[in-house]
Design a protein around this ligand. Sequence first.
Ligand SMILES: NC(=O)c1ccc[n+]([C@@H]2O[C@H](COP(=O)([O-])OP(=O)(O)OC[C@H]3O[C@@H](n4cnc5c(N)ncnc54)[C@H](OP(=O)(O)O)[C@@H]3O)[C@@H](O)[C@H]2O)c1
Length: 261
Amino acid sequence: MNMKLDGKTALVTGGAGGIGRAVTLTLAAAGARVIVVCRDVEKAEETLTLAEKLDGQVEYTLMDLADEQNREEVMNGILAGAGTIDILVNNAGISGYMGPVSETPLDEVKSVLEVNLNAPFHLAQKVIPSMTKKGFGRIINISSVAPRVNPAFTVSYNMSKAGLNSFTTSLSREVGAKGITVNALAPGLVMTERIRTKRIPGLAAERGLTEDEILNGMKSKSDTKELTTEKELAETVLFLCSSSAKNISGEIIELSGGYQG
Ligand SMILES: NC(=O)c1ccc[n+]([C@@H]2O[C@H](COP(=O)([O-])OP(=O)(O)OC[C@H]3O[C@@H](n4cnc5c(N)ncnc54)[C@H](OP(=O)(O)O)[C@@H]3O)[C@@H](O)[C@H]2O)c1
């Protein structure tokens, strides 16, 4: 199985933190030139330092995915410089307001849909023409189990990821015959730094439980009694970029250990 990506250029949104950073470093270690799109310069610089240790070729460009005009201008600049983006990983995402629908500010709903759904659509729109010309492309959207489980109080997030799944399958129908595959990865809970340092301690304080009890509660919801790791997700992205995965398209691939909700 050939997992080398020499000569390929990848763009990873939110590629300087959490799952996105693992994807960036994994693709760079496989030989791809990776363009990270993000807002946080400090995290981006840290990612570049980590990439240097792997001899990886990583650069970053600031972009606010919530701002359509900014996306358009920055993407035009990236494409003018890179020529073709061979691999697009729409990873960046936000949770938005967590609470009852009746109390959710509509601006919050719009922001979640803008970052989690409209931005992936827009970026795909920008990269498809040159992928088509080249007869090669990989578009990988980082979704979630949320549209299957539909937990209460995260409705805008669930809606945004349901839309992303539909976009994934619909776009695959359109571009599959052009050598472009389109897939989504749908993780359950992933043990990122944010989950480790904020979500677990936050829930422990809120519920008067230990962090271990919260963690075990999270794990107990999957058949495997394990959480997915960033590394597992990043390696699945790498596999989808390889020639072995050239006939996998239009799929929503869960990495949740059989999460039951
Ligand atoms: N962690 C989980 O348990 C889990 C589970 C299921 C699905 N997911 C999905 O996996 C993806 C990555 O999640 P994560 O846990 O790694 O999240 P994270 O650590 O919060 O990272 C999200 C990234 O998105 C970027 N981002 C957010 N808003 C942006 C904007 N307006 N413009 C540009 N970049 C923006 C951030 O970049 P900056 O910091 O530079 O702003 C950040 O690096 C998301 O789509 C999420 O929905 C995560």
